[in-house]
Write a protein that binds this ligand. Sequence first.
Ligand code: FE
Length: 195
Amino acid sequence: MTTHTPAIAPLPQRAAAIEAALQAHGLDAKTGIEQGVHNAEDVWLPERGARVVAKAWVDAAYRQRLLANGKAAVAEWGIELPPHHRHLVVLENTATVHNVICCTLCSCTAFTVIGLPPDWYKDLNYRARIVRESRSVLREMGLDLPDTMELRVWDTTADTRYMVLPHRPAHTQGWSEAQLAAIVSKDAMIGVARL
Ligand code: FE
């Protein structure tokens, strides 16, 4: 009987083994990986969510549709969510209410709308602390909310995804939708920044 620890193969060898196993089950790993990289780099960009936010700022009827059924309202822009994202709940920030999202279990986001989650969003530190010490965490991230501002923290689940509809800054009156979209960041749609 041997007692030594088995050596772990180098990463490329392990990746090749996984690909071979997928191919053996009739799954086209190469195409799947290329599609995933393409989606991550070219499709699932926060600019999509930013356009939705800008539209909601200038079009009251669209804002109502977005707040009533986020999934249907982003579909008007050709933005699809995976089937298991059954709901997209849009959380409206106001002058007196601030929303912030997290996934205490892992890393869930509405990534096809607001982009893939940043590394800090997946960090145990953020996930554990944002629900218990929300104001401190936001302050550390550069967002110092007044005590009078109501703060709501939303924990994402597998089937319910969130995005924050940021509060439109007062100095943007008269701006075009394109100008407005350009100031909407992924951080603002997660709720760790205000604009
Ligand atoms: Fe998650």
